[in-house]
Design a binder for this molecule. Structure first.
Ligand SMILES: [Mn+2]
Length: 300
């Protein structure tokens, strides 16, 4: 099926240039001056799933500017896509925005997670300005060395042996589906996004215990390897915590909580909660890099 976006893309790509012309188009109108950061970390976007909050993520990425952007794994959900293709235009818009940031000089490092493990074979290569890697070492402006890793490798060493064993994989998928349906109703009632699943996770005692032992496992790895800190994702739980001499950072996710980590010019790292900052009023439409408005979800 042809869409308006296809037509626009043709107008902007069929000119024989070596790269797509949309990379050089100015940003769509209506976006505020960008907040400047040295570094931004995001993970667990899960493109290719219904749970992905692509509209909020595009809004966030358009609102910031950074020297380095780390994509800390599970950006594309290969596990979901293997079961059947699901790729609304809004998910393309996330990809396009990231490529545009790379084109404009942001260093983009993509660390493969477990849901996009198929990309691990390509570690060491660069696609469209995006460097693929298994892990990375980030040096903050104040000279601290941070290990950047998705963090799924630590599932096995924690108490419950498997992430979300407290509910079981099926029950967790069901909870995420409930979260999508719940928020679809809230949107219709013009109520802001509110994560049911993130709320449940904070309330279930075993989940809280799991998160704690996971954080400890990741932190002890960073200590044994001589780092000053570690940045990871994977458990969809944004956090900054001190373990002895090292700092544990988790950038959260864009399925449940819509959070990122950002380092400012002085080396301070903070959690950005995009639902809290924007009121969670996700738009039904996403403005594309070409200026067209498209539905935020497939079939919306
Ligand atoms: Mn993961």
């Amino acid at each position: 099926m042809r869409t308006d976006v296809d037509t626009l893309l043709e107008q902007h790509t069929g000119n024989g240039s070596r790269i797509p012309a949309w990379l050089d188009l100015p940003d769509p109108k209506g976006f505020k001056p960008k907040r400047k950061y040295r570094t931004i970390w995001i993970s667990d976007v899960h493109l290719g799933t219904r749970g992905c909050n692509a509209a909020l993520l595009v809004d966030f990425l358009r609102s910031v500017q950074c020297d380095t952007l780390y994509l800390v794994g599970d950006i594309v959900d290969g596990w979901r896509l293997r079961k059947g293709w699901y790729w609304p235009d809004a998910h393309n818009e996330v990809v396009r925005r990231i490529l545009k940031m790379a084109h404009r000089g942001t260093r983009v490092v993509f660390i493969a997670g477990n849901h996009d493990e198929m990309l691990r074979d390509y570690a060491g290569l660069t696609f469209g300005g995006v460097e693929l890697a298994l892990e990375a070492v980030h040096e903050t402006v104040d000279g601290r060395r941070l290990l950047v890793t998705h963090g799924d490798a630590f599932d096995g060493v924690v108490l419950y042996h498997k992430w979300l064993a407290f509910l079981g994989d099926k029950a967790y998928s069901m909870l995420l589906r409930m979260n999508i349906a719940f928020n679809a109703v809230r949107r219709r009632l013009r109520m802001p996004y509110w994560s049911l699943s993130a709320y449940m996770k904070k309330k279930v005692k075993n989940a809280v215990q799991y998160v704690c032992s996971y954080e400890e496992a990741v932190a002890s790895e960073a200590i044994s390897r001589g780092f000053d800190g570690v940045v990871c994702g994977h458990i969809h739980c944004a956090e900054i915590r001190q373990f002895g001499g090292i700092t544990y950072y988790n950038d959260g996710d864009w399925v449940e909580s819509c959070t990122a980590l950002a380092e400012d010019a002085s080396g301070q790292i903070e959690i950005i909660d995009w639902v809290a900052e924007t009121g969670g009023h996700a738009s039904d439409t996403v403005v594309t890099e070409l200026g067209a408005a498209i539905p935020a979800e497939a079939g919306a």
